[in-house]
Ligand binder design. Sequence first.
Ligand SMILES: Cc1cc2nc3c(=O)[nH]c(=O)nc-3n(C[C@H](O)[C@H](O)[C@H](O)COP(=O)(O)OP(=O)(O)OC[C@H]3O[C@@H](n4cnc5c(N)ncnc54)[C@H](O)[C@@H]3O)c2cc1C
Length: 464
Amino acid sequence: MPRYESNFNGTIILDATAISPPEQANRSYIRPDSRDALVDHLKGLRDRKETPERIVVVGGFSSFEFPQLHLAEEGDDLSTSRRELPSPRLLVDVSGMNRIIDVDNVSLTVTVEAGITYWDLANQLRAHGLAVANLSAYPEVTVGGASGTGTHGSGYARHGKNQADQFIALEIVDARGEVRRIVDPRLFTHLGVLGVVTAVTLHCIPMFFLKQTCYEYADLDAFDNLRIGAFQHLAETDDFYSTMIRVDLVDKRHHPLKCYIRRVAADENDREFQPTFLGADLVENVEGEEPQVFSGPYYDVLPDHTTASRKNVPAPGTYHQAEYFVDNKLASQAVHAFLSEADKDDSFIKALPTGLKCRFVSSDDQWMSSTASVDGVELYLALQLSLYGSRTEIAAILKRIEDCLSQHGIPFSCHWGKLCYGGHGSVNSKLRDRAKTMNATRVEFDPDGAFLDSDSELAKLFDH
Ligand SMILES: Cc1cc2nc3c(=O)[nH]c(=O)nc-3n(C[C@H](O)[C@H](O)[C@H](O)COP(=O)(O)OP(=O)(O)OC[C@H]3O[C@@H](n4cnc5c(N)ncnc54)[C@H](O)[C@@H]3O)c2cc1C
């Protein structure tokens, strides 16, 4: 199946009959290899008065949700685990625009075509002695696509924010083929509605290496100590990079924890690992399993090596992700609320075999970021869920989580590129006031509404 016909694991598909090669039908697919090729195509359509009514852009096509679209269920119920992208008049696949345009070693900036993956960018920057400050757990996402959903780095850190926080400028091509430049950082979480992002300029830092350690705790009681301990550590040491806590769901009585700590390493051979942390010993790697204690270039350490998702490659359509953000001040209450619901039966254990992953994301100033500094939140706890099952099963779990957080009075938002139950527009309603401003910019950039589906959750938020 061509890459553009399905997202990374087949939970979102595109009706292949809906698209044809360019110029053969009024619904078409293009994979431009440069901004100018895209501009020529769109200007050609405009000159023929065929400017597309609906344009959909895919980057890495790894999202579980496209914020600006309403994805139709395939069939009458959710048991198939698959949804369809609404047929666009034009599907723009930016994965062919994947080069570094310019590296500036003096100002420590890089300009890239928006379809480059973070993996390729990180590897190529190394040749210049440079690095991006942070990566998500899945570096195959593109620079333009990750910023479309507010993708954040894989753990609380000095740089642990929405990745678009590293951006300096976006270049965008609108539906008529006109090129624009955006330097207002508040627009960098673009949600796919401003046009086709064709290039991005972003900050770099000098190349660095990381080492990951892992410590295991017998009881949930350690959670707050760990969380607070890790923060104190950041304040006290220069080499601390990030932390992640994984809560086991199987042992309902104790809920043992694993705490992953990442520190800056001297080089990739730095094997000096702290033997204990807050009373627990360093775990030992198990032959044949994902390493838990190791060092390497940051782009090898930051991808998620901790989940079973890589060991037990799931059947197409059965792997999903969801992620909720709560104020870190309410972290303990949120985790206890989550577990009080999870412990009621075994369905959470089945759907979440790798447990509950807790990460930490600093807030940012972008208008539509789910981790924006709204209501005075400085640091978010991210409840990250790697879910296995049909959409019926997953929807039931997500409903229970959202209901229990609400019942406990814990405000939450959700990741734009991942699943939620209550609808992204409602769950992210704290962004309502900002959405007005974002929508005004969207209308200016895309007056014909080619990039926004009026049935989408985002359109509902914009209309409020
Ligand atoms: C295994 C896995 C692990 C993940 N881990 C993390 C994580 O650690 N942290 C995190 O925050 N997220 C994580 N995600 C979510 C992921 O980062 C986001 O869904 C991200 O947006 C995907 O980027 P992409 O390049 O695949 O974009 P796509 O999925 O192709 O598109 C995302 C959105 O951006 C739009 N878009 C894409 N490219 C452009 C462009 N050039 N111009 C205009 N609009 C565009 C699309 O229309 C869509 O709305 C993970 C996802 C997976 C599958």
